[in-house]
Ligand binder design. Sequence first.
Ligand SMILES: N=c1c2ncn([C@@H]3O[C@H](COP(=O)(O)OP(=O)(O)OP(=O)(O)O)[C@@H](O)[C@H]3O)c2ncn1[C@@H]1O[C@H](COP(=O)(O)O)[C@@H](O)[C@H]1O
Length: 106
Amino acid sequence: MSDPVLAQLAQVLEARKGADPEGSYVASLYDRGLDVILKKVGEEAAETLIAAKNGDPDPLIHELADLWFHTLVLLAHQGLGPERVLAELERRFGLSGLEEKARRGG
Ligand SMILES: N=c1c2ncn([C@@H]3O[C@H](COP(=O)(O)OP(=O)(O)OP(=O)(O)O)[C@@H](O)[C@H]3O)c2ncn1[C@@H]1O[C@H](COP(=O)(O)O)[C@@H](O)[C@H]1O
């Protein structure tokens, strides 16, 4: 499984590892380190929960995009990329698909 938007964004996040923190939000996150990145992920998760409880779809999408973005920054900081998460989802989906097939006797 792959997604072109996630893949291209991951390339930009990788390239920002050599960028000036003054001119790049992502480089400034790398510069401030893991704890700051984790704090941002936590904040965006909390903002997502609040938006979901409010029931308005647009703020929910906005906050989820912020959350996904910061989890991609976290992955990049750890030397990982979205393809690893997509492969894990695909593996689980494949397993559940096989279980479903077996349940139906196929
Ligand atoms: N997709 C994003 C992206 N999504 C969110 N953000 C930033 O993440 C921060 C979110 O933190 P906060 O929730 O505290 O933001 P806020 O200012 O309070 O406002 P809200 O977003 O909550 O309304 C903001 O500063 C956003 O600008 C992003 N910053 C960058 N990107 C992408 O990353 C690429 C590289 O960015 P630079 O390193 O800045 O060049 C860009 O080209 C974009 O494609």
